[in-house]
Design a protein around this ligand. Structure first.
Ligand SMILES: [Zn+2]
Length: 58
Protein backbone atom coordinates (compact mmCIF):
# COMPACT_ATOMS: atom_id res chain seq x y z
CA UNK A 1 0.00 0.00 0.00
CA UNK A 2 1.85 3.04 -1.25
CA UNK A 3 0.33 6.49 -1.40
CA UNK A 4 1.16 8.70 -4.35
CA UNK A 5 0.80 12.03 -2.54
CA UNK A 6 1.67 14.06 -5.59
CA UNK A 7 -1.13 12.45 -7.60
CA UNK A 8 -3.61 12.99 -4.78
CA UNK A 9 -2.64 16.66 -4.56
CA UNK A 10 -3.38 17.11 -8.24
CA UNK A 11 -6.49 14.95 -8.31
CA UNK A 12 -8.96 15.84 -5.61
CA UNK A 13 -12.25 13.99 -5.67
CA UNK A 14 -14.94 16.63 -6.35
CA UNK A 15 -17.50 17.20 -3.63
CA UNK A 16 -20.83 15.52 -4.43
CA UNK A 17 -19.11 13.73 -7.31
CA UNK A 18 -21.36 12.06 -9.86
CA UNK A 19 -21.12 8.33 -10.59
CA UNK A 20 -19.14 9.15 -13.73
CA UNK A 21 -16.70 11.40 -11.86
CA UNK A 22 -16.18 8.79 -9.17
CA UNK A 23 -15.51 6.03 -11.72
CA UNK A 24 -13.06 8.25 -13.60
CA UNK A 25 -11.30 9.22 -10.39
CA UNK A 26 -10.96 5.65 -9.18
CA UNK A 27 -9.79 4.26 -12.52
CA UNK A 28 -7.10 6.94 -12.72
CA UNK A 29 -6.32 6.38 -9.07
CA UNK A 30 -5.76 2.64 -9.66
CA UNK A 31 -3.17 3.46 -12.31
CA UNK A 32 -1.33 5.96 -10.16
CA UNK A 33 -1.69 4.95 -6.56
CA UNK A 34 -2.47 1.90 -4.45
CA UNK A 35 -3.47 3.46 -1.14
CA UNK A 36 -7.00 2.04 -1.33
CA UNK A 37 -9.17 -0.11 -3.62
CA UNK A 38 -12.38 0.95 -5.41
CA UNK A 39 -15.17 0.95 -2.78
CA UNK A 40 -17.52 -2.03 -2.93
CA UNK A 41 -20.56 0.17 -3.40
CA UNK A 42 -19.06 1.82 -6.46
CA UNK A 43 -17.89 -1.53 -7.84
CA UNK A 44 -21.42 -2.89 -7.50
CA UNK A 45 -22.82 0.14 -9.29
CA UNK A 46 -20.23 -0.25 -12.06
CA UNK A 47 -21.21 -3.90 -12.42
CA UNK A 48 -24.90 -3.03 -12.66
CA UNK A 49 -24.18 -0.49 -15.38
CA UNK A 50 -21.65 -2.72 -17.16
CA UNK A 51 -18.89 -0.16 -16.69
CA UNK A 52 -15.37 -1.56 -16.47
CA UNK A 53 -13.33 1.09 -18.27
CA UNK A 54 -13.48 4.82 -18.95
CA UNK A 55 -14.65 3.97 -22.46
CA UNK A 56 -17.87 2.46 -21.07
CA UNK A 57 -18.86 5.82 -19.57
CA UNK A 58 -19.14 7.51 -22.93
ZN1 LIG B 1 -4.32 6.90 -3.37
Amino acid sequence: MKTNKEWHEKNKMPKNATFEQRVKWHLEHLKNCSCRPIPKGLLNEMEEKNVTTLHDLQ
